[in-house]
Design a protein around this ligand. Structure first.
Ligand code: ZN
Length: 202
């Protein structure tokens, strides 16, 4: 399966001149929600990710996603794995398990995101789940921005990666983009203006 082509075809992999959430500029941007707007495509991707996870032999009882970004990916992955789906969400900046969701002591939980950049939200989700007595057995995402090491590659995690190195990260593909500091951005030097896709239309 050509993951990059699927992202391109769905309008999720953008080319141009973008401001990343870090404030740096890049000629590429992943608009992850776009790849999930077609439920059939979401199912296809989640099934491929589930197959990868199943072949690892890790036992999973429940998939937990950090809201909002991870919710659809987490739900589809849980469906493909045949397990329960829950999510954690921020309340006044702090990640919490709400809405009547519960986890049992010793329950095996996989944290799922749509995309792992540095893994900050996934780590916060993991911390809250573990504080409730459940086991976080690993992390999953449809796409990995290449800061963290995904299973099946020999890459080393970059210093920006916040995920624990003793737990696996399952992802379908690495998307490593050129990143420029705004003061040293060749696209800016050519005279183009960077845009922030996430806030377009707001
Ligand atoms: Zn620029």
């Amino acid at each position: 399966m050509n993951i990059e082509q699927i992202y391109k075809d769905s309008g999720a992999l953008l080319s141009g001149h973008f401001i990343l959430s870090s404030g740096n500029h890049s000629p590429n941007y992943l608009q992850s929600a776009k790849v999930l707007e077609d439920p059939k495509r979401a199912e296809l991707l989640a099934t491929a990710l589930a197959d990868m996870i199943k072949s690892s032999g890790i036992k999973i009882d429940t998939v937990c996603a950090p809201a909002l970004g991870g919710v659809i990916a987490g739900y589809e992955l849980a469906r493909a794995l045949g397990v329960r789906s829950i999510f954690v969400e921020r309340k006044e900046g702090k990640m919490e398990l709400r809405r009547g969701f519960e986890v049992a002591k010793g329950e095996n939980i996989l944290i799922c995101e749509d995309i792992i950049t540095t893994g900050g939200s996934a780590l916060e989700a993991s911390d809250i789940i573990e504080s409730l007595g459940a086991n976080v057995v690993g992390f999953a995402a449809l796409a990995n921005r290449g800061f963290c090491k995904r299973e099946g590659t020999q890459n080393s995690p970059k210093p920006e990666c916040k995920l624990p190195t003793n737990k696996p990260l399952f992802a379908l593909a690495d998307f490593e983009f050129e990143i420029y500091e705004p003061s040293n951005c060749p696209l800016c030097k050519e005279g183009s203006t960077a845009i922030k896709p996430g806030s377009r239309g707001n």
